[in-house]
Write a protein that binds this ligand. Structure first.
Ligand code: GLU
Length: 323
């Protein structure tokens, strides 16, 4: 399988050092495998994302000489694709409509836990199917490029307005191998429960959009922050149900604040200043166990590709933790 990697920031704010570490690691891994590297803006949730942040993120990446090998893709422009794949999943009869509020879910939870586990209240509803929202257009085949049509799309959002679509998660343990963390396992039905693919406010969820996009863009390798590792089993489940080849995963160590909290907007991580790209790249490289340098960026990146290759060779044999 040809190596295709990606960096997929959500424009809920500018990039900080933690996000640069993910961007650099995914770029280096793609280059070390003679693969391509794509940038995808994950702006599916218009209530949290802003175009100004997308623009700044692209400037920040440019200042670091991390350029996408293909056109920049914006999730906000790909709803038709998320619905097309959702229709592919409908015959499994695992998708069901749910109108439970957060409060109802909280009240139904028997134990106090950090994450809210959906109790399956709406599983008894009829599974979601195409004929719910479009009696017309029955003859359109799935090879038709305009499928589902804009009319079917608006029918879908109207029909499921104020209704989320959840997927029934089978009670099974999912095993996976992370190139840095080694063997991993989770039973998502116990740890997260039936999860949302389309929210009540008519957004496709992160879990769904990220899997559809990675499939659609032919992504073979996902290199991203360790905080996202526990999403992997849910995403692998979706690959299985869609009968698509699964990518390989490499979760990079998080950058933390002096008191050990993950660097993020919530912990007031400073935005990267494009005019300080050289210093910031060195900090990101150091975090990944590479040698900071003062050479021109192109030269530096080249040398880190070699160092990264050497490190990865060791990791793929030992599957031990890095840093
Ligand atoms: N958009 C996600 C974020 O910025 C990353 C998604 C992913 O890499 O899977 O946290």
């Amino acid at each position: 399988m040809k190596y295709v990697g990606r960096f997929a920031p959500s424009p809920t704010g500018p990039l900080h050092l933690g996000s640069l570490v993910s961007a650099l690691a995914s770029w280096l891994d793609a280059r070390a495998h003679q693969g391509s590297w794509l940038v995808r803006i994950e702006d599916i949730d218009s209530t949290r994302c802003q175009p100004q942040w997308s623009e700044l993120i692209l400037k920040q990446l440019q200042a670091c000489e991390l350029y996408s090998d293909g056109p920049i893709v914006y999730q906000s422009k790909r709803e038709h694709l998320y619905l097309r794949y959702l229709e592919e999943l409908m015959p499994t009869k695992l998708l069901y409509p749910c109108r439970c509020s957060r409060l109802q879910i909280e009240q139904a939870q028997t134990r106090t836990r950090q994450t809210l586990i959906y109790p399956g209240t709406c599983r008894r509803h009829e599974p979601v199917q195409r004929s719910d929202y479009r009696g017309f257009n029955q003859n359109a085949s799935s090879t038709d490029l305009s499928f589902p049509t804009p009319i079917a799309r608006s029918g879908f959002f109207e029909f499921f307005c104020d209704t989320s679509i959840r997927i029934e998660v089978p009670n099974q343990t999912i095993h996976w191998f992370d190139r840095r963390l080694g063997e991993q396992q989770q039973n998502p039905s116990l740890d997260v429960g039936d999860f949302v693919l389309k929210s009540r406010d008519n957004h496709f969820s992160y879990q769904w959009a990220v899997v559809v996009d990675d499939i659609d863009q032919g992504v073979s390798d996902i290199v991203r922050g360790e905080d996202l590792a526990d999403n992997t089993p849910r995403q692998l489940l979706l690959y299985d149900l869609l009968k698509r080849a699964k990518p390989q995963y490499f979760h990079v160590p998080l950058v933390t604040t002096t008191i050990g909290e993950k660097l993020s907007k919530q912990t007031n991580a400073p935005a990267l200043d494009p005019s300080c790209a050289s210093e910031d790249l060195n900090k990101a490289a150091l975090h990944l166990g590479l040698t900071p340098m003062s050479a021109p960026l192109t030269e530096r990146l080249q040398s880190w590709v070699q160092q990264w290759s050497d490190q990865c060779m060791g990791l793929s044999h030992r599957a031990t933790k890095m840093g």
